[in-house]
Design a protein around this ligand. Structure first.
Ligand SMILES: Cc1cc2nc3c(=O)[nH]c(=O)nc-3n(C[C@H](O)[C@H](O)[C@H](O)COP(=O)(O)OP(=O)(O)OC[C@H]3O[C@@H](n4cnc5c(N)ncnc54)[C@H](O)[C@@H]3O)c2cc1C
Length: 393
C-alpha cells in the first residue's frame, strides 16, 4: 500500500506534536508517527510529574548551541506567552515555582491531553507503536517505509528528540537520518545530569546523602546559584545539573558552599570576638551541622579557634567558599534530562527549521544542537521550533 501526505512528522513528543498541529491548522494533510506505545512520555515524567512547560524569562542566553544566534528567530516567532495562551485556552491551571519556571498545578498529563486534542482538531493522523524501516528521497518527495507500506510526503519533519532516558523510547534515529542526508552532527553528550566522583569525594557525598545546600557552582566564567544535593552516587540538584551542561571531562568545578558569607572574614572576626569558641560550632553557624563536621574533619581542624593558625583557618575558609572538585564523569543518558549537541545548526535555516541542503526536510526540538538551561527552556525550544516548522512544512 502507498499513501500520500503533505507532511510526515517522525516523533510525537513535544516538538513533533506542536509541528503537526500547526501544519494541520494550515490545512496540510499530516501523518504523525512514533514508535512508542504511549505518547508524550517525556512530558509525563517532566518537572516531577507537573511539567515545567516554559519559563517567563525565556531568552537566547538560556540556550547552549554552537551558534547562539540560531535560536532567536524561533523564540520570537513563538514565545513563552504564546504557549501560556494555549494553556489558558485549555483551562490548565499553572503556577510559577521560582525563577520564572511555570508548572501545571495538577499534572503533566494535562499538557499531553491538550496536545492530543489539538492534533485531533487539526485532523492530524497519529500512528503510534510504529517502526520506521527506512526513509529516502525520490524525485523531490520523501518516502517513509513502514513494514510493507510506503508513505510519500513533500515535507518530512524529524522530531525524534535526544538520547536521554533510553528506557522510555529515546533513539539515535534523528542523527542517523542527518548522516544519511549528509548533514553534520555536533558531538552529543548527556547534559542536565548528576556528576560522579572518585572515592575520596564519594565518601563525603555518601555520608551527606539527602542533604541539600544553596551553593554557587561554577565552571570557568559560568556559574549557577541554586540548590546542590549530596547523593550516594555523587552530587546533584539544580546547580550541579546546570553546570553539567558546561563542564568538560578532566576539569574542576568550583563550589561555594556559603555564597552569602565571606568565610575568611567571618572566621577572623570570630577569632577576635570569641577566641575560646570551638571551630566546629563556628562553622555550624553557616553550614548544616553534618557538613560543618565533615569539613572540619577533612581540614584536620578542631578545638578553640584561638589555637588555630591564620594559615590553617584560611585553608578551611577556602574549602567552604572555593571548594575545587574534579568530577570523574556523569550518570550518563540513563538519568540525563537532555542531550547536548545534535544536528549542526549550520545545516538548518533558523527562520524555518528546514535543511539548507534538502528542501522539505526539517529538524526540530532536542535533536537539533540546541540545549536549554534547566527551568522550562527545553520545552519552550520544542514548542518554538515545532511551531516554526509547522508554518513552513
Ligand atoms: C526526567 C526528565 C525531566 C524533564 N523535565 C523537563 C522540564 O520540566 N522542563 C523542560 O523544559 N524540559 C524538561 N525535560 C527535557 C524535555 O523533556 C525535552 O527537552 C523535550 O521533551 C524535547 O522534546 P522533543 O519533542 O524534541 O523530544 P521528545 O519529547 O524526546 O520526543 C521524541 C519522540 O520521538 C520518538 N522517537 C524516538 N525515536 C524514534 C524512532 N526511531 N521512531 C519513531 N519515533 C521515535 C520518541 O518516542 C518520542 O515520543 C526533561 C527531561 C527528562 C528526561
Amino acid at each position: 500500500m502507498t499513501e500520500k501526505y503533505d507532511v510526515v512528522v517522525v516523533g510525537a513528543g513535544a516538538a513533533g506534536m506542536m509541528s503537526a498541529i500547526e501544519a494541520g491548522k494550515r490545512g496540510r494533510k499530516v501523518l504523525l508517527v512514533d514508535h512508542a506505545k504511549k505518547i508524550g512520555e517525556k512530558i509525563r515524567i517532566s518537572g516531577g510529574g507537573r511539567c515545567n512547560f516554559t519559563n517567563l524569562h525565556t531568552h537566547p542566553s538560556k540556550f547552549i548551541t554552537k551558534n547562539p544566534k540560531f535560536v532567536i528567530s524561533a523564540l520570537k516567532q513563538y514565545t513563552q506567552n504564546n504557549f501560556i495562551d494555549l494553556i489558558k485556552k485549555h483551562n490548565i491551571k499553572f503556577h510559577e515555582k521560582k525563577l520564572g519556571q511555570l508548572f501545571c498545578d495538577e499534572s503533566a498529563q494535562q499538557i499531553i491531553d491538550m496536545l492530543l486534542l489539538e492534533c485531533q482538531t487539526a485532523n492530524v493522523i497519529l500512528k503510534k507503536d510504529t517502526t520506521i524501516n527506512d526513509i529516502y528521497k525520490e524525485d523531490d518527495k520523501y518516502s517513509i517505509v513502514i513494514g510493507v507500506n510506503k508513505y510519500f510526503c513533500e515535507s518530512l519533519i524529524i522530531a525524534t528528540g535526544g538520547l536521554s532516558i533510553p528506557k522510555i523510547g529515546a533513539t539515535k534515529f534523528g542523527y542517523d537520518i542527518a548522516q544519511k542526508f549528509n548533514l553534520k552532527v555536533v558531538e552529543t553528550l548527556p547534559a542536565l545530569v548528576p556528576l560522579t566522583f572518585s572515592e575520596k569525594i564519594l565518601v563525603i557525598c555518601k555520608e551527606l546523602t539527602g542533604l541539600s545546600v544553596e551553593a554557587v557552582v561554577s565552571f570557568k566564567n559560568v556559574f549557577f546559584e541554586e540548590g546542590m544535593l549530596f547523593t550516594h552516587r555523587g552530587l546533584s540538584g539544580p546547580s550541579i545539573l546546570q553546570i553539567s551542561s558546561y563542564w568538560k571531562l578532566g576539569d574542576n568545578i568550583k563550589v561555594n558552599l556559603s555564597p552569602k558569607i565571606d568565610v575568611d572574614k567571618f572566621i577572623n572576626d570570630k577569632k577576635i570576638s570569641n577566641p575560646k569558641q570551638d571551630i566546629n560550632i563556628i562553622i555550624s553557624e553557616i553550614l548544616p551541622k553534618r557538613l560543618a563536621q565533615i569539613i572540619c574533619n577533612e581540614n584536620n581542624v578542631s578545638g578553640n579557634i584561638c589555637e588555630l593558625s591564620n594559615k590553617v583557618l584560611f585553608t578551611l575558609s577556602n574549602s567552604i567558599n572555593a571548594w575545587f572538585i574534579n568530577p570523574t564523569g556523569t550518570e550518563g543518558y540513563r538519568t540525563a534530562e537532555v542531550t547536548l549537541g545534535g544536528i549542526d545548526t549550520e545545516e538548518i535555516s533558523s527562520k524555518t527549521m528546514m535543511s539548507k541542503k534538502h528542501a522539505g526536510l526539517f529538524f526540530i526540538g532536542e535533536v537539533v544542537d540546541v540545549t536549554g538551561h534547566l527551568g522550562g527552556y527545553n520545552f519552550q525550544w520544542a514548542w518554538s521550533s515545532g511551531f516554526v516548522a509547522g508554518q513552513y512544512a
